[in-house]
Unconditional design. Sequence first.
Length: 158
Amino acid sequence: MSASVVIEPRPGGRFHVTIAGVIDEMTDLSPLIGLTGPIEIDTHAVRRFNSAGVRIWVDCMRALAVRARLSFVDCAPAVITQLNMIQGFLGHGRVRSFYGPMRCDRCDHMLNYRFETHVCVEQGGLPSVACPNCGATMELDELEDSYLLFLREPTQVR
């Protein structure tokens, strides 16, 4: 099933957009095209993208970047993966928070942990995360340098 898009107006001419599901050739992002001003996009429930979905997404973000100020919150790992591979994936937008897939070496527990971007930038990497099961320090279940590339090389529209 394709992604859903929910747009909520907020005070001060702002919008909060929640996108959830699979971004594919059936995904309709056209409701976003008319938005202007500050837009916060929550992608915590985006599960994956296919190649047609990436093209639809990038076209939409490019169109939005012309007339809106985009910020992204609670970016799912699927979004971070695409962001790190595709120039201009978020238009001129910036990631304010994101999820990282974490794994505990001691008990093999896995979870997606929410990180604040500014904290990661200030610390030069991910802060320590304690396993909720055994208390051991969890590790990112990706190559940290590759996963956090977007922190060092912000996205640009081309």
